[in-house]
Design a protein around this ligand. Sequence first.
Ligand code: FE
Ligand code: FE
Length: 192
Amino acid sequence: MAKAKAPAKKAAAKKTSTKSTSRKVAPKKDAATELMELFEHGLKDIYWAEKALVKALPKMEKNASSPDLKKAIAKHLEETKGHVSNLESVFSIIGKKAQAKKCDAMEGLLEEGKSILEETSIGAVRDAGIIAASQKVEHYEIATYGTLATYAKALDLKKAMTLLLETLDQEKNCDETLTDLAKGGINLDAID
Ligand code: FE
Ligand code: FE
């Protein structure tokens, strides 16, 4: 009988905690009140992320063993530098100074990328890990640029939209290249 009572208590506690977290969150003083502010906030976030990637990618390249994977990372490092300058152009289009705001999501993804290096032996297994971590980063960027390009369109910022779509294309291509490398041999090499 004592056993049957315990889960009931647990369920009640869970119910209470759901109630306390389901309230509407009070906005901060500087909270965005219109789409343009949300756009600017997103730009600052991904600007931080792209600059962090420029610093992180050389380590990934150094840790990769497959020459094709090294080449793909080196190519994307150059593209990433272009993403930084594309964002600077978008900031100037909206008449704002380029400013980076720490992106918690990218910080977490890069932390995960670092741990995968320690958790894998050098060779195909580490390469497979690098691909996995990199694809999470690319998917985050794809989601972000898709959103920002859509905002730019809604805000009638055509030039900004073109720049964001150009970056989006390169993120998608990078993601596809990584899939091809994984399927094209690295995953199978990592089995043995
Ligand atoms: Fe990028
Ligand atoms: Fe990227």
